[in-house]
Design a protein around this ligand. Sequence first.
Ligand code: PMP
Ligand code: GLN
Length: 413
Amino acid sequence: MADRLKGTERNVWVEFGKLSAEYKAINLGQGFPDYHPPQHVCEKFSKVVIDPDTPLTHQYTRSYGQPHLVNTLAKLYSPILKRDINAMNEVMISVGAFGVLFSSIQGLVNPGDEVIIIEPYFDCYEPMVRVAGGTPVFIPLRPKKTEGVVTSNDWVLDKDELASKFNSKTKAIIFNNPNNPVGKVYKQDELEMVADLCKKYDVACIADEVYEWMIYENNKHIKIATLPGMWERTITIGSAGKTFSATGWKLGWGIGPENLIEALKVLHQNSIYTCPTPIQETVASGLDYELSVFGDNEKCYLQSLALELIPKRDMLAKVLTEVGITPTIPEGGYFMMCDISKLDVEIPDDGTDDPYDFKFVRWMTKNKKVSAIPPTAFYSAEHKKLGENYIRFCFFKMDETLEKAAKVFREWK
Ligand code: PMP
Ligand code: GLN
């Protein structure tokens, strides 16, 4: 194994996915729905595959994204990003948001560059930066409230602490909004604080916005690329897997100024080259349909999804609260960070040096047959203590699945 991979061997999804399957647990761990994506995209998928008039849909397509897809994405995002997006030069398609993150980090970061990562973070950010030779610099969101009803808005960045992380070596910040795992949806003043520092230190912003459509109640998702002076330094990342609740489709996009997208294209053309054409065509047709019904909350999946998820979030939060677990109610996304410090359970030592949340989730999966994800996987080595008393649940599951989990929690004691 190459030296640059040393230290990145462990992977929380591999370990806890396997454990959940092994113990046939109710899987509230890795983020994916346990039911079908919207009917219209599934129908399009089968039509794309069997249509005798379009044999080339089964062959290679343009390296940086199938023309139909990049054109549709430009149409969808131009009004949202408040500019006329050039489909060919300002959009890049890769293998999931994962692929776009990888292309962005490999494409932009030189050895020795610093990259700011906000904790808790989607775990792959750290190894991706390290493998590129960069140095991750961490700043935690800190809960300013831990009693009573806690929401993701209670998790905040300290202004001075954030400013102290920027310097002349800072190349980029990875900015995940809504945040996984907390579910925070950043407000205008918080975005301005980040944007002002990016501009002051000439820093690129890798904006991971894969949960952009899952925004609850009166919260508003503001794209950081729309703030003054930010378009020219931001890559906005989206995911078909999240947009259409089909995580196995693994198709993602990056949108940004030509000079930044160029770096992603160069990396992509020599590594992945192109993504599966039938999936690109399906996602393009699916988004065409969504655009045609945009504004109709019944027909438009992008707009109805949040309404579908709110009762699931609330049901899980209620049950957990009843048994003494304090959930952070997310304003966006489909995860819930849950404080387990007041739970009165004895966890036997499992003989590992892992943080408490790892031991707790292992114990819960094996003994209670419900799985979750231990969030210290989303913290740097120096800050793991901050996440040790939490576990993360995914609530994008059938009501029936959530009911089964609820029964386990209610009978917990
Ligand atoms: N970013 C975040 C914050 C995520 O939660 C995920 C989930 N997998 C990804 C990126 C990767 O998305 P994809 O499945 O499209 O690669
Ligand atoms: N984004 C999903 C989650 O956070 C899936 C992670 C993954 O596949 N690595 O659960």
